[in-house]
Design a protein around this ligand. Structure first.
Ligand SMILES: [Zn+2]
Length: 228
């Protein structure tokens, strides 16, 4: 008989898995480390995740989605719910790999009177009923605001949030509104005001690429031709 794994082994195992997931995100070009990066807030950091790039490699997204599905495989799930294009693609992969064969729904994000909101398309309303078991999927969990809105939306319909699966959790606590968060990577990268930045003190050149990309250039778009 093999002895049960020691707690230390479990921690090592989690660390090894996290390293693999970080390497995958690095290969998509989404994860930057060992740099000196200017953030839109004006703070500096050594690490950064560009979440738009996370889902650009379908085979990676499928692999990562399957890991989240496996974690939640022991619980029956009726619906996987997400919001935002990146999270929706990931949640498709989670739903596809979960043994309960859950449905896939999404809410759309918006802003009303300066406050963030999530809205369920009318066609989906009847699908969330009393006791419907729901897994929320998110790409990046920072403040958890979007997840709190999704939890609210589900509970208003009488549904039950079983858990939250995410690619990356920046929050210290592995829960949002009492719902457990399972994430492939759990890391918060410290950010510094310029005057207290250890990287500035070392004289490392500042990488302003991410801020320039946001502010300097309008995103390319193509418009329909013709009268209107
Ligand atoms: Zn700095």
């Amino acid at each position: 008989m093999t002895p049960p794994p020691k707690k230390q082994d479990a921690v090592l195992d989690a660390e090894a898995r996290e390293k693999i997931h970080l390497d995958i995100l690095k290969r998509t070009g989404a994860y930057h480390a060992n740099d000196h990066i200017l953030l839109p807030s004006g703070h500096h950091t050594s690490e950064f995740i560009e979440k738009t790039l996370v889902i650009t490699e379908p085979s990676f997204t499928e692999g990562l989605g399957a890991v989240i599905a496996k974690h939640f495989a022991q619980w029956p799930i009726d619906i996987v719910l997400s919001t935002g294009p990146g999270a929706l693609i990931l949640s498709h992969c989670v739903a596809r790999a979960h043994p309960s064969r859950p449905l896939l729904l999404y809410a759309s994000k918006g802003i009303a009177a300066g406050k963030r909101k999530v809205t369920l398309p009318a066609e989906f309303n009847r699908l969330i009923r009393q006791g419907t078991k729901i897994l929320l999927v998110e790409d990046l969990v920072s403040t958890g605001t979007t997840l709190k809105l999704l939890i609210d939306l589900v509970e208003r319909h009488g549904g039950q949030v079983v858990g939250i699966g995410a690619l990356w959790r920046r929050t210290k606590k592995a829960e949002v509104n009492g719902k457990p968060v399972f994430s492939l990577v759990s890391r918060d990268f410290p950010t510094y005001p310029p005057e207290a930045c250890p990287l500035c003190k070392k004289g490392m050149p500042l990488n302003e690429e991410f801020v320039r990309r946001r502010e300097g250039h309008k995103p390319p778009s193509t418009k329909e031709k013709g009268e209107k």
